[in-house]
Structures are given as C-alpha cells and as structure tokens.
Design a binder for this molecule. Sequence first.
Ligand SMILES: [Zn+2]
Ligand SMILES: [Zn+2]
Length: 1050
Amino acid sequence: MSTPEQASKDPEKENNQKGDPIQPRTPPKMETLSSAEGDADEKAGSSLAQPTCEEDKGTPSDTLELASSDFTKDTSTLTKSTEPHTEIPEKDKTSFSKPLSEKDTVTPSSSSEQVYEYSPVKSGTLTSSLPEQDAPNTDVPEKDVTESGDHHVEPPQEPLPQVEEQDRGDKAGRKKSKERRGRRESLRAVMARKKKEMKSTQGTAANEEPVADPYDNATSCIRLTRGRTGIVYEVDLLKHKCEWDDNHPECPKRLSSIVDKCIDKGLFSQCLQIPNFLRPDLYEKILTKHSAEHYEKLKTLCQSANLTTMEHVASEYDSVYFNNHTFDAACRALSSVLNLVLAVAKQDIMNGMAFVRPPGHHAMYDEFNGYCFFNNVAIAAEACIKDNLAKRILIVDIDVHHGQGTQQMFYDRKDVLYFSVHRYEHGYFWPNLAESNFNYIGKGEGVGYNINVPLNVTGLRDDDYLAVVFYLLLPVAYEFNPDLVIISAGYDSCMGDGKGKMLVTPGFYSHLVSLLHGVAKGQIAVVLEGGYFIPTLSEAACLTLKTLIGGPCPLLDPIRNIHPSVIETIRHVRRALYGKWNCFDICEFVVPKQNVPDDEEDMYKIQYFGKQEGTPYATRTGYPENTVPETYYFARINKALQEKYRASVSLPYACVYDEKMLAHTPQRGDIERPERPERLTSIMKGFTDYGIDKRLLRTKITKHDWSVYSPHIPNYLEAINMGLLQSKDLYINEHTRDSVNTAVSGLLTVIDNVMNATCRGGVAVIRPPGHHAEHRKPGGFCFVNNVAVGANYLNIKYNMRRILIVDFDVHHGNGTQNMFYTDPHVLYISIHKDDKGKFFPPKSPRSYKHDGFGAGKGFNINIPFNRDKMGDTEYIAAFQHVVLPAAYSFAPQVILISAGFDAGINDPLGGYEVHPETFGHFIMMLRPLAEGRLILALEGGYNLTTTTHAMALSTKALLGDPIIMPKNIYKNFSYHAMLSIRDVMEHFKQYFEVFKVHKKLPNKPVIIRRIQKFTADTYARVLFKVLDPDRIDDNDYVETEMSILNALAC
Ligand SMILES: [Zn+2]
Ligand SMILES: [Zn+2]
C-alpha cells in the first residue's frame, strides 16, 4: 500500500528490466488489408490502400440477396408430415380448455397452421398470429395459486427522499412529487403500451395494415458473420523515449514486449494488418480536438529544441517528456489509431487493436498531460461521427487513471458516451481531479453520457471489476446501443502494475471484450493507453487480441466478494445517473429513518481530498515503484496464470440431428400438438438458410447406453411404453422410444465431443424435450430429462464438479430443478413465466425462495416473472443482473443450456415477446464462461418461425458471429419484472456475495472535504452541509459551493 502522498504523484518508477536495448522484431508475414480475401475485405481493399474518409459504407453484398431469396423459398417440404394436425376435429378443440396443461394458452384456429410455420416472413400474417396471451386462465384451481405461486407483494410505496432541514422542505417536496410522478408515469407507460399493442393488433386484423416485422433484425443477421480482426503497429513509435531518465515507465519496451508476445503466440498472423502511414488529413483531424498552437508547440519543440530546453518545457506540464521523435511518434500513433478505428467503423474489419504509444486519454485541448500529446481515441471517435460512420459511440476507459482529456472533449455530447473506471481514492490519486468523481455526469444535452466509476481503494480484483461490468457497464451499453465501441485499453489496472496497485488478472480483459461483443455488432476498436508492468501488460494485451480474434476466454476464479468500497461506488454511480438511464430504475431508494437524522445509509457522499501539483512539475523523480519482492511475486503469479490461458483458438462447434427423432408424431385424429416433428426440420432448414450448417461439425449420433446416468427410476421408459406412467400432454407412438433414445444419445454425443476437446461447444437439435420430466414421471411433452442425463454424464464420466444449467424456456424446468435440488455441483438457473402459479407446469415449486436443499442450498435459482408480457428488456435485465453474476460466482467448467424458445414472440404457449436476436444475446453473454464449453439442448418453442430464427441466432452467437441488438432495450422496463429481479438478488445475497452490490440508493447528497492540513496517516472527514438536491447534478453549482466551503475551512 502506498501512502496517499506517494500515490498522489503520477510518474512512478517502473519494474521493467531497464536498459534492454529495444530490438524491434520484424512482424511475420501478414495479410494486409488490401490483399485480403473475403467479402468484407474486398470492399475494404482499395479504400484503405488510398485512405479517404468519403468511402461508401458498402451496399449489401450478393450473398445477402442470395440468402434472403433462399430464405423465402417455399417450405413445402415441411408440409409432408403435417397430416395429424391439418384438421382439428371440433370435439377435440374443446379439449384445449382443459385445465393445467401446456396447451392452455393455445388458440386453435384454422389459420394457426400457416402462422406458426417458419416461412417467408410477412408482417400481415404474423400479426394475425398473435396468440391470446392475455386471456386469464380461469381454469386453474385456486389452490394451485397459493401452493405454487411465489410471494410477491404489491409494489411498495416508492421510498422518497426526505430532507430534514426546513428550508429545503419545499424543494424536497417538489423532488418527491417529481419522483412519484416518474414512477407513476412509467407504470402508465406500461399500460399505454399494452393498450396500443391491443389496438394495433385489432387494427391490423381489420385493416391488414403492416406492422413492424418482428423478424427483421433476425433476417438482417443472416448476412452478419464474424469478420476479420485488424491490427496496426508501427516500429517508429519506439524512438520516442525519455532521454534524461532511463527508468521512465512510459518506455519503448512496453510496446515491443506486447508485439513480440503476440507474434510468438501466432496471433498477428491471424489478423489483417492495417496500414500505418501518416495520414494526409492528420492536421485537420487533430484540430477537431486540439488547438493549432498545441500542435505547433509540439512540432517546433521536437524538431528544433535541445534536450535541456525540452526538459524545461516538460516541467511546465504534469508528467510529460519529449525527445526529437516525440512529435513524429505522436502523429504516427494517432494515424494508426485513426486508420484502425475508421476501418472498424466502415466495417472493413469487424474489430481490431492499435498497438501504439504515446498514449492519448490525458491529452487535453491545449495541454500535454500524463505522457499524452494527442488524444488518439477522442480524435478517432470524432472522425467517425463527422464522417457519418457512427451515430453513437461508446468509449470504455479501463486505464487505471481517469481519462480527463477524453471526458472534457465529449462532456456536453450525447453521441459519445464516455465510461471510465479508474483509481480515485477521493482525489488522492493522480490526476487528483474533482471532475473524476461520479457526480460529473456531463452537461447540457450530454447529461448522463459521462460515467465515472471512481475506485477509492487499491488492491481490487476481477470480482470488483466484474461487478462494475454487470451492474453499470453492460446495462448502460445495451441501453445506449452504440454503433461502435472504442476501448481505451490501459493495462495499468492489471496486477503487478506499480501505478495502479490493483490485482486484476490479465484474463479479465478477455472477458470484458467478450461481454462487449454483444454491443455494436461486435465492432470494437481497442487502443492501447497505459500499462507499465511489462509481464502482465503484454499478457493482458495478448489475451485481449486473442479474444478479438474469437478465442475462448480463460477461466476466472469464482467471484468471492466485492469490496464494500466498490459496492458504495456502484451505488453512488447509480444514484447520480438515476432517471438518466432506465436500466437503473431497478434500484429503490432508502427510506430515511425518522429518528436517525444523519443515517449513513441515506448519505450520498461526494468526497474530494485531492490536491494538484503546481509548476514546475518534477521531470525525473517521483514514480512509486514495486519493491523487488513485489516484482518477483507478480511475475511469478503471471507465469502461473499463463498456464491457464493456453486454450487453443480454433475448435469447431458440434451439431447433432437425426431424422429418427421425426418419427415420434401424434396419431391421425389426435388433437393438434404444438410439439411436432416440423420443429426440428424447420430448425435444420434455418441452419441452411443462415449458412451455419456448413460451419458446424455435423456429428453422427453415437448410441449411448445412458441407463447408468439416468436420473429416472429403473425401467422408466418401459413403464412409459406400457402406459404405466402417463402425462396428459404426452402422446406415444411406436417410434417414441427410439426418438427419446436418439435425443438423449444426441446430447451425450455433443458432450463427448466437447469433453474430448474435438469441439469447443455444440448444439443438440433434439426432441422430445426433457426439462419437465421428473424422477418418476414424464411431464409436459417430456419423456426423459435430456439435460439432467447430460449433467449426470458430465459429473460421473467426466468428473465435472461445477456444471451450470441455464434454462430460459418460458416454462419452469421442474424436472431438472428437482433432480439437482440437493446437488451443489449443479447450479440450476431458470427464467420462467410464473403468473402467480397459474402458468404451466402446475404446482411446480418455482419461486425464488425455492433455492435448493441441504448441500444444494443456494444452487437453485428461480427467476419467476409475473403479470406483464415480458420481452427483450426483462430477459436481458435478468441475465445482466442475476444470471451473469451468479454464473461468474459459480465459475462453471461446462454449461448446459435448456434452450426453449417458447418465450419468443408469437409463441402460442408462452405469450411473451422475446425477439429471436435476444436469444442470441443470451448465448453471447454466457460465451466467455467455462472456456466456451456451451452445449445447447433444444427444449420448447412452438412458433416455427420464431424458434427457427432463435435457434439459428443462438448457434451463430455460439460461433462468435455478431448479433444485432434487440430494439429498445430497457425502454418500458416492466415494473413487475423489476420486482422479480430485485427479489432474486435480495434473496441470494445470502449465497452469493456479488448480489450485495444491489443496495437501495441514498437520497441525501452531502459534500465532504478535508478541513485540516492533510497528514499522511489521517484525514478528517467533515460533513459540511446538505446541498440542494435538485441541483446536485449541476457541477458549476457544486463547484461554487465547494469553493465556499474550502474558503471557510482555511
Ligand atoms: Zn494510466
Ligand atoms: Zn416450454
């Protein structure tokens, strides 16, 4: 731990082996952009060789037209086996109204046949297909409701801010009513939406007016495949170094070590090299973010001055040095960054990484600062906006220092969202600015588009950074829905770095990039900023590149706990942004206690103890460094970690399917069954239409004797066959048994492939489904619980001890839950429709309170949804707030997914409206876990169009393709879904520390500054004054108040 005094100075000595002459290695032969193959590259080729910004975005290629025409081909092949349900006998139709079956919500109609078919997508027919989801299920006996329902209470009265002081009374009252109004409005909005939907459904039925096509995102995804990864690197950048201090941490070796390592690992040869020429329009670009004097100053100084003058000039700036090559290096670094970021924005490449120095994020309009001269990232972002290549850009700054330069450049802008997580220590840490705190959220129309996550302690780990990602970054990124993500990748937040003093492992950066892959269709440009401990710097940068290429993320340790200070920071950030982002509506406010006037829980503290250095700045000393044992220790840990990072980059994904599973059909004259063979044929056709069948390793199903792994009673299948075990939803024919065996064997075949490392993951296109099948009885349409057999197989045969099952079928997987209810090796997470116990399956214990038993306590997570018609927002929110944090806490070795698509839009059973692309995002979010060992097993999904698209998109996500963002994420966030998610987080705090992040927000803002002269070991915190809560986001006001307070203190 450094003392704050040490920490408050930025330039620190470094741990890198000094004096090594830099031997720039010649990069291996690489494809350059212009010579590359592939459609994206063909488009790009000429343009990058002769760079201009005017280049066309590119028109949809031929492949698109081909694919979509394929897509609209007749599905006549499917109609072959539809006899059993072409006509529904009148008397059978009545049987749909029987209570307690999955069929309850089916509205049998003569049109339902074409409607649920996967076929040319026409909006007109689709709207007529909307099932009657809202019809209350009056058939359910009341006792089921009480037995199986969970125990949500009515939404509690919104706790409201209360300010004690009298003179604040009326303002607080105004705020109170404003907040109440906000809440009421959001409920009203939900009601209005429902009304509008009903109206539009009726309207279109009558007028045949087209409505928005729910499959347009899905069909647009057909042509979207994983593109190339670009890199840019420039040898001349190594000439910029500190001539008067050989130990300066911002040294050429930083860059050469990364490049050497990437070459050693064969990563560069998998990338496309982006040209690194000096751009002719560079000056013009620089002027968008810096003054002309700023540019001239650097140019003149570096080209004419001697070292003594340079050091003298350097002392006028905080933490910079110059030599004769600095200007050239800064220009080349910026050119490289521009070339790379523009290539990503133009979609010439999907993503890429710029290996450059000097860094940029501290460079301000007319001030050099913190080793930075031109703000590379800011200038590149501005160029993309100006050239109309992006409308919204997300900049994620993970450098351990706050990028104040970037913040200032977009502070009043809403088209560029700046998100920075940095060491702050209430201003003790460099750059010691009040503006790095969480209350600086932007101004003017940019309010809410500047997000600072100040970390007030050192020694923070992956757990803490992941919590920031789950609870702040991902929700905001999904809601913002940018066209481009730029990561200011400073690796001084990585362990071993003498400046950062954090303990984040190199593997974390891999997960960060992978989790952001869902945003902006995977268009991510990573730009190197800081990072000064060579071993972890180079390791982390390599892992970042490897993830961009599509390699699996390494296993991280399970999340154990989140530092209380980080929980507090997250709480404050959410408080500062409450009302600006809908995703934070999930938070509640603390109810102030009547008899405790200054309750800590109710305090919203803005603390600032910083003090900036004045000129002349030190140019040679003052870098705190690691001790020798520390350096040795971290280098060893890094080496040990590398062993974990070895997973190879390219493994195929398996797919199993067999026509045998089509033979299980309803008998002629039987009632219509939604679970029918066309589900599989349609999915397989979808795989062809999407072009993914060729990319999957189609594996022949090996017959498995799975009796040893069966979770069912002995002779279970025989008993079903003999009619001894029945369920009213089941139908059986002479092929059923064979179909069931094939389905189970199919899943086990995929598991074998994955566990034998011939495949990374895979999909089992199987039926009948399994998750309702119990130990001693079938249920729903399920005979044998495929996924449960699979989990047992993994446990017994492959010795897997941490198996995660994620079940997003709209129905609760009661069978799976019960089979592992006492098992701590299997974490079961289910998101399902509950509707206060009225939904299928009846009497299933599926509240969040059903959390396991005995050793399995806490290893069963139910996320039950009630009342509203849930859609993309609610499911994404459940994933980000519950599924991901729980999964990262469990750190599974392998993930089985009960992939049911009946929560999908227009599903006749589910009645929810999740769009197909959202299912793809589920897979994308889980993909970084378990080193990519994800295995999908089909469960439900009865609208063929939705199911086919959703299965194809889930598989594409598995393959690493980008998936388009669902529309309007976090808009119209269902209040009842928020209640459910809150309940789950609250309940599981006892088992998973990560959920402690979810805390009620404070109301009362206070500003705390030191009043005594600072001493190294103590600082006094004095609570000064309660600020006007209505103006707390107004930084000018806060600043004025603070300066008054300071004056009083002195
Ligand atoms: Zn830094
Ligand atoms: Zn289902």
